[in-house]
Design a protein around this ligand. Structure first.
Ligand code: NDP
Length: 327
């Protein structure tokens, strides 16, 4: 019998790649999705494999949201929690970002504690946003590692949707580590977190007009507008691989896996696209030197033990997929 893995937010950009990788390794996968329409569509995208099914979790933030998922699947051994709001459009930051992220994470862990005695390992998709403090990012002399925490406060997170998202990831991850500490006498499962910087790379299947927040950076350049984004990046296929290593390798237990392949800014992305696709009309962007804090992710790279996609390859694959879809 193959091991059963529950994946929350299975329709998401990263989660679809995670599901793809799990199926390729013959795991039995239960995805949580918000509706039957979304679940049926997901099954169709994967061509209805016998080792993929779904459960409905309309809103991760509702108390008891995951209870039924765990009750229905006593055979599950692994839980990967990816569902969390990632957008910068919130008008009510507390309700739309902070509460679903934090309560969603607590609901997963509480449901496992109450009904998921078979779960041995939990992987939580956190973010580099929970590691790097925004004000320190621009300081080249700062070195950021897996041991750092974003120093953002709840009130600072309420200032704007970007801070809101960064806060949501910070407080949700803190809630997870606190939960296992406080319940160490009662729970058997271990946790690890995956903390990616901006995730680029192709969609697992479909390309819509507007893409998930991180993929929209490249999509919007192709649509002619340049986002003022800069930071770290990592390819989605490497992020999916890391989610699997996070529960397969014992060295990953209790660790925060900081995933970063390098730094980027919009100017660099435009330059890479221009070199490969000179026929595409792109906005003009002044090339600026990228001067940001240094990320030392050596502990993570040692655990993962594989090489990441290059920025060029990641961008080419995304751009090709988008232009093919628009033909
Ligand atoms: P997506 O927006 O593509 O995926 C998010 C998923 O979560 C979707 O399936 C969405 O469902 C679901 N979701 C969101 N809010 C709720 C809710 N309240 N109740 C139930 N389901 C919900 O984003 P990504 O794939 O990029 O993000 C996946 C995870 O990775 C998130 O935790 C994100 O914070 C994290 N991450 C992403 C990075 C990136 O650059 N992409 C970087 C670092 C971390 P639906 O679409 O149906 O609303």
């Amino acid at each position: 019998m193959s091991t059963t893995v529950i994946v929350s937010g299975a329709t998401g950009f990263i989660a679809q790649h995670v599901v793809k990788s799990l199926l390729a390794k013959n795991y039995q996968v239960i995805g949580t999705v918000r509706s039957t329409t979304k679940g049926d569509h997901l099954l169709k995208l994967f061509n209805n494999p016998s080792n993929l099914s779904y459960e409905i979790v309309e809103d991760v933030g509702t108390q008891g949201a995951f209870d039924n998922v765990l009750k229905h699947h006593p055979e599950a051994k692994i839980f990967l929690h990816l569902a969390s709001p990632f957008h910068f459009k919130a008008t009510n930051i507390e309700k739309e970002l902070l509460e679903p992220a934090v309560n969603g994470t607590k609901n997963v862990l509480q449901a496992i504690k109450d009904y998921g005695s078979g779960i041995q390992k939990v992987v939580i998709t956190s973010s580099y946003a929970a590691i790097g403090t925004a004000s320190r990012e621009a300081d080249k002399s700062v070195v950021v590692t897996e041991d750092d925490w974003n120093a953002i406060t709840w009130n600072e997170a309420l200032e704007n949707p970007i801070a809101g998202y960064r806060g949501s990831k910070t407080f949700a991850e803190k809630a997870a580590w606190d939960f296992v500490k406080q319940n160490s006498a009662d729970v058997k499962f271990t946790i690890s977190t995956v903390n990616p910087t901006f995730v680029f790379g192709p969609q697992a299947f479909e390309v819509g007009q507007e893409l998930n927040t991180s993929s929209e950076v490249i999509n919007s350049i192709l649509k002619g507008s340049v986002p003022p984004t800069k930071g770290g990046w990592i390819d989605v296929r490497d992020v999916a691989k890391a989610h699997i290593i996070a529960f397969e390798k014992e060295e990953a237990v209790g660790k925060r896996l900081l995933l970063n392949a390098g730094r980027f800014n919009a100017g660099l992305l435009v330059k890479i696209i221009k070199e490969k696709y000179p026929q595409i009309e792109l906005p003009d962007v002044k090339e600026e030197v990228i001067s940001l804090a240094t990320i030392d992710d050596s502990k993570t790279r040692k655990i993962l033990g594989f090489d990441y996609y290059s920025l060029e390859q990641s961008v080419y694959d995304s751009v090709k997929q988008i232009i093919d879809a628009r033909k």
